[in-house]
Every structure is written in structure tokens, then in C-alpha cells.
Design a protein around this ligand. Structure first.
Ligand SMILES: [Zn+2]
Length: 168
């Protein structure tokens, strides 16, 4: 029996705009020799607080995931109270490290594109490409602040960044 994949969630116009920008940044990442992931952080008033893409390839830093990179930009510049009203958009479901970083930032809302399960088809069986199979929702659900998590969303667009983008 095939395991059931998570169902795509509908987004409103604003979330759609920002998630599409995160997907664009994933394509920027890929064009620069990194894994195809992008992220955008948007404040409660709609202002973009940070944009980032995965920079593993460019920097050799294994922690340079898009969401963590975006948090490194936004967190020093904005208070925990400001970030509590922010949303982080990620082209792919946040990994365990990024989910932990999102918790520490005090951001309470996450919107992501392709989910970790569908991503595993692209990652394949190579150990250097596999992820820790713990859902970001497990991290968010365990957090005392309560973190809303929406996704997968815009699946077709989010998946397109990964077509042919991984080693086999
Ligand atoms: Zn990550």
C-alpha cells in the first residue's frame, strides 16, 4: 500500500505571492550551485524582513539552509515581539534544524511549498542527500508558543525547482 501523501493546501493571495517569491529564490539557489531552496520572512505589516536561499554549495556551510539564512538576517534586526507577528515562507518543508531555528526566532507562522515526503523522491537513497525523517510539525507541536504551519502548497511550482536538481 502506498502511504498517503499530505494534501495540498490552498493559500490566499498574499501567502501565494510570498511563497512564489520563496520558490523563485530556490531557483536562484540552484543556478548558483546550491540545493534548490528559498525562504522569505514577512512582518505583520506586510514588510519583507528577509530573503535568502540555500548557500550550502557557495559557502561549504552545512547549516546554510534557506530558512536558517533568512533567520540570521531577520533575527538580529527585529525584536522577538516583532517576529511573533511574522510569517516565514519556505519553498520546501523546513528540516528539523530550521524548524528549531524558527522556534528560537519566535516566529509563529510557517507556510511551505513541497513537503518532506515528496522531496524524498528527489533526494533518493544517497546518505548525503537524505533528511532526518522528523516532520517540522513535530517540532512546532512540541513548542510552548504554538506555531501555525500551512503546507504543502503550490506543489507543482515548488516541485519544479527540484526536477533534475539532485544527484542520482
Ligand atoms: Zn533546513
Amino acid at each position: 500500500m502506498t502511504p498517503t501523501l499530505p494534501a495540498e493546501q490552498a493559500l490566499d493571495e498574499t501567502d501565494g505571492i510570498h511563497l512564489r517569491r520563496a520558490i523563485e529564490l530556490a531557483n536562484v539557489a540552484r543556478s548558483r550551485g546550491n540545493r534548490p531552496f528559498g525562504s522569505v520572512i514577512v512582518g505583520a505589516d506586510g514588510a519583507v524582513l528577509a530573503e535568502a536561499w540555500n548557500r550550502n554549495g557557495e559557502t561549504g556551510d552545512c547549516t546554510a539552509h534557506a530558512e536558517t539564512e533568512a533567520l540570521r538576517i531577520a533575527s538580529p534586526r527585529h525584536s522577538r515581539d516583532e517576529l511573533a507577528g511574522a510569517t516565514i515562507y519556505a519553498s520546501g518543508e523546513p528540516c528539523v534544524m530550521c524548524a528549531g531555528a524558527i522556534y528560537w526566532s519566535n516566529i509563529r507562522r510557517v507556510v511551505f511549498g513541497i513537503d518532506a515526503e515528496r522531496l524524498r523522491v528527489f533526494r533518493g537513497d544517497r546518505l548525503d542527500q537524505r533528511d532526518a525523517e522528523l516532520s517540522c510539525r513535530d517540532v512546532f507541536d512540541a513548542s510552548p508558543t504554538g506555531i501555525e504551519c500551512i503546507g504543502p502548497a503550490l506543489l507543482e511550482e515548488a516541485a519544479a525547482s527540484h526536477e533534475g536538481g539532485w544527484k542520482t
